[in-house]
Design a protein around this ligand. Structure first.
Ligand SMILES: Nc1nc2c(c(=O)[nH]1)N[C@H]1C(S)=C(S)[C@@H](COP(=O)(O)OP(=O)(O)OC[C@H]3O[C@@H](n4cnc5c(N)ncnc54)[C@H](O)[C@@H]3O)O[C@H]1N2
Ligand code: MOO
Length: 396
């Protein structure tokens, strides 16, 4: 699946848009960010203390202090034109600009004022100690971030330090989710026997959001090839990806694969995974059209796995790694032979060691996922896992 997604859609490019850096959290950079300035752009003190020449306090200690003449004080936030000469010292507050000639800063607690103009210093210092020099943080011309970098809170801080108010980011991939099925009714409606309140659209929308994409629309289609085809065509106008829920199997009224076949090309119908065997992937107008199994737990798990691959393609980087924890399996787990099994599990922290227990239920049960914390993967070549095995859990 990974390979087919990368080979077919590897060239899909998202347009960029300019946004305020204050809305940048979780967005992906559309350009390299090259620093147009040095940060800091003046030599500054990182302590409240006194500017010194190294030789003036060489060998100074609590027993034998160095004595210096105080010739001035730097004002916070102002440029200083003071000059530090041999035998002199100048007070500089934390963050203040250090005078030309300063070789180190000594913290105020290692000094003692003797009258208004004399200072005893009770320790020595190394070159540039307690100072931040021009460009120490970021140098002019330096690439602060490369294109496709995912912005975290600290990165927003870097952008602000570099003078950015706005930044170019990749547009969020737009996804339309279409739930198919004659039995599906909208959330909020009261189901008659045989009808089912839609679970998948809201849940898949939330997966979309969590993975950094945008659900632009959700719609419903009856089990009718013409209706589904029209819904897909309409969705493709404004979407980067279309997701159909239900109708992926072999039933008489399972039209997803037929519709993709008419509009474009079916890349695969069926994956050797459990759950999610009947999953479909197609391409229409160069865009992915995904057919998810209708069973809610299957649809959600398969979508989490597939969308992550698509986001890697869209954003050019694997930003959306799911978190994993390792723990000890507490019960034997059997796998479907020849299929990669995604076994849902619950985890419990027992005195610092993680206990992993399989959760059981039918893939039509949405609570199977809500009382699970994640899943373990059992490869197609394994028959299962045994109690006592150390396993990796991918968290939901
Ligand atoms: N003869 C076979 N039958 C089935 C097979 C098979 O290989 N041969 N595979 C089974 C597996 S596995 C799955 S998964 C399902 C997939 O079926 P579809 O993708 O065609 O989905 P539907 O038939 O439309 O629905 C299945 C089930 O899920 C409920 N559903 C559908 N959409 C929603 C929704 N939006 N919200 C809540 N629930 C939904 C639907 O009512 C059905 O109960 O096929 C098996 N059958
Ligand atoms: O493979 Mo279906 O997706 O078991 O529920």
């Amino acid at each position: 699946m990974k390979k087919i997604i990368r080979d077919t859609f590897g060239n899909l490019k998202l347009a960029t848009e300019k946004i305020s850096i204050n809305n940048g959290l979780g967005r992906v950079l559309g350009t390299d960010i090259v620093s147009a300035m040095n940060v800091p752009h003046f030599n500054r003190s990182v302590v409240d203390g006194y500017a010194v020449k190294l030789t003036d306090i060489q060998g100074a200690s609590s027993a034998i202090p160095g004595f210096l003449r105080i010739t001035g004080e730097v004002d916070m936030g102002k440029e200083t034109h003071l000059l530090l000469n041999q035998g002199e010292t100048i007070y500089v507050p934390t963050g203040g600009m250090v005078p030309v000639g300063t070789e180190a800063m000594v913290m105020i607690e290692y000094t003692e004022k003797l009258g208004d103009h004399d200072l005893a210093i009770y320790r020595n210092a190394g070159a540039n100690e307690n100072m931040m020099l021009v460009g120490d943080d970021i140098k002019i011309g330096e690439v602060a971030f490369e294109k496709n970098h995912l912005l975290r809170p600290q990165d927003i801080g870097v952008l602000s330090a570099l003078g950015y108010l706005e930044v170019d980011v990749l547009k969020l991939p737009r996804v339309t989710i279409i739930s198919t099925g004659d039995e599906i009714i909208r959330p909020g409606e009261v189901p008659k026997p045989g009808e089912v309140i839609d679970i998948n659209t809201p849940a898949l929308g939330a997966v979309t959001q969590r993975l950094g994409a945008l659900m632009i629309s959700m719609s419903y289609a009856r089990d009718d090839a013409g209706v589904i085809q029209k819904a897909v065509e309409a969705a493709l106008i404004n979407s980067d990806m279309v997701v159909l829920s239900g109708g992926s199997s072999m039933g008489e009224k399972d039209y997803t694969v037929k519709v993709i076949d008419v509009l474009g090309k079916v890349l695969f119908h069926g994956l050797s995974i459990k759950p999610g065997k009947p999953t479909i992937l197609g391409v229409v107008d160069g865009k992915p059209v995904v057919g998810l199994p209708g069973q809610p737990a299957s649809a959600i798990i398969v979508y989490m796995i597939m969308l992550r691959e698509f986001m890697t393609v869209f954003y050019g980087q694997d930003h959306f790694k799911y978190q994993t924890v390792q723990g000890t399996l507490m019960e034997n787990v059997h796998a479907a032979p020849g299929r990669r099994t995604f076994q849902t599990v619950a985890i419990k922290d027992s005195d610092g060691s993680i206990e992993v227990r399989p959760t059981h239920g039918k893939s039509g049960m949405i609570t199977l996922l809500s009382y699970s914390d994640g899943y373990i993967e059992i490869t197609e070549n394994e028959e299962g896992k045994n109690a006592g095995n150390f396993v990796k859990v991918t968290l939901f």
